[in-house]
Design a protein around this ligand. Structure first.
Ligand SMILES: [Mg+2]
Length: 88
């Protein structure tokens, strides 16, 4: 199954609200994992696993909100960052 089909199937099975809740939960798990990693309580792979969860949720939400709009927002933010980094 292609990613887009998976996003569509996920949305159809569990609904929009569940996707927002899941994204919040996965972000919270990544936050906790980074805190634990910093303190040496978990290994690198545990952080990578949480990054994978968040990446998938970002893909899901990006698909739901519109790939093109998100890409435009990212481009605008990268231009702003580039300007900041180029400033003396
Ligand atoms: Mg997770």
């Amino acid at each position: 199954m292609e990613l887009e089909q998976i996003y569509q199937a996920t949305l159809a099975k569990w609904g929009e609200e569940a996707q927002y809740d899941q994204a919040v939960e996965e972000c919270a798990e990544l936050i906790a994992a980074l805190k634990h990693y910093r303190r040496g309580k978990i290994d690198r792979q545990a952080v990578i696993d949480e990054l994978a969860d968040v990446s998938l949720m970002l893909g899901q939400l990006t698909w739901m909100f519109g790939q093109r709009d998100v890409e435009q927002a990212i481009a605008a933010k990268l231009r702003k960052l580039d300007k900041l980094l180029s400033a003396p």
